[in-house]
Design a protein around this ligand. Structure first.
Ligand code: GLU
Length: 378
């Protein structure tokens, strides 16, 4: 993919992140007129068939005023209380803005575990995929109310990149207070030059971010480059674009300045590499010849094809898939724990609900969660 004049031509699934300073004014009020214009852009792109998830900050910035904390620095529990308060208003404003354009919004609150730990990852991935499939727009923020300092993303740039990775998005746009990466901070250096495209995060590029700048929102250029590292590793193109203008996404289509960070591979191949790179799979399943042949044709692994389940693992853990001779055919994320996998091995997917007492996935390992031996990263 190259950075085209029509930047969304090849986009199928996109994450758009907006910072607090864009969506909330200095007095803690939602900037509705701006939000409406962004919702206009999202509606245009969704109607074109692009799946969009929004990562939105602003909960703390709204809630701090509602609780009377004002502008002052907040202790962690005050921040959490502010987030709990502001999130209601934030999600409502989004749902209303999208709803007025015929689009259903759905709130998703995440902690790092939901996107980074494999065990939790399948749940959040499946929910977001289902929403996108239903043409809804997930409105995502960090679950600040329960995430404590040590286990927080802390900034929504990183959260947005993790969401892009989790959802196998091909494009991530960080709407920011600046229209991209410059060779130096353009606020203090008039000779700073804009960089339109970054192919690799070299030490030179990282040095351009300078020091983290304290300000109204937590993300500066340093956190944006951190997000770029995650996105590129996930095969996702990332753009840093100016958010402080009306219709910021359409502006990109009209050639507005942006810095594109271009990945080498695709989200699918990056995901398979990530799965393949599991150092210590938690267990394994032995499959029959029919299932082995189906896997090599790119199909999912169904419980019916499994003859033995080895080891102890949880839903979402990476396991090995072996043929009857013990050769490793693939690695994949199991949709069932070892105990449940034993209960359904050799059985038809239609019997799962009766055997387990709940209606799980039809596949033991979905093909998107399978990395074949000899495939990417192997
Ligand atoms: N999750 C925080 C909020 O909604 C914002 C974090 C950030 O600005 O990066 O208030």
């Amino acid at each position: 993919m190259t950075a085209l004049a029509t930047p969304f031509a090849a986009t199928k699934r996109m994450v758009v992140k907006t910072g607090s300073a864009l969506i909330v004014d200095e007095a803690g009020e939602i900037r509705k007129a701006w939000l409406d214009k962004l919702a206009d852009d999202i509606a245009v792109l969704v109607k074109r068939g692009i799946e969009i998830a929004v990562v939105t900050s602003g909960a703390v910035a709204i809630g701090r005023w509602k609780l009377g904390f004002g502008r002052r620095g907040l202790k962690i529990e005050e921040k959490q209380a502010a987030a709990a308060t502001g999130q209601v208003w934030l999600a409502h404003a989004w749902a209303e803005a999208l709803g007025a354009r015929g689009i259903v919004g759905a709130q998703v609150l995440l902690t790092p575990d939901d996107t980074e730990a494999r065990r939790r990852h399948l749940n959040a991935r499946a929910t977001v995929a289902k929403l996108l499939d239903a043409k809804a727009v997930p409105i995502i923020n960090e679950n600040d109310t329960i995430a404590t300092e040590e286990i927080r993303f802390g900034d929504n740039d990183r959260l947005a990149a993790r969401v892009a990775q989790m959802a196998s998005a091909d494009t991530l746009i960080l709407l920011s207070d600046i229209d991209g990466l410059y060779t130096a901070d353009p606020h203090s250096n008039p000779d700073a030059k804009h960089i339109p495209e970054v192919l690799e995060l070299t030490p030179d590029i990282l040095a351009m971010a300078g020091e983290a700048r304290p300000g109204y929102s937590s993300g500066g250029m340093v956190t944006k480059l951190g997000a770029a590292r995650i996105a590129l590793g996930a095969g996702c193109r990332m753009g840093i674009a100016l958010g402080k203008r009306d219709n910021p996404l359409m502006a990109l289509e009209q050639g507005a300045r942006v810095t594109w960070f271009m990945p080498q591979g695709s989200p699918a191949s990056a995901r398979k590499r990530w799965i393949a790179s599991t150092v210590q799979p938690a267990g394994s399943v032995v499959v029959d010849d029919g299932a082995a042949a189906a896997l090599s044709r790119g199909k999912s692994l169904l419980p019916a094809g499994v003859v033995t389940v080895n080891g102890e693992f949880d839903r979402g853990d990476a396991i090995r898939v072996l043929d009857k001779a013990g050769r490793e055919l693939a690695r994949g994320l199991s949709a069932y724990s070892a105990a449940d996998a034993r209960a359904i091995q050799g059985r038809k997917s239609a019997e799962i609900a009766e055997l387990l007492g709940y209606r799980g996935r039809d596949e033991l390992i979905h093909r998107d969660d399978l990395a074949m031996a000899g495939g990417p990263g192997r």
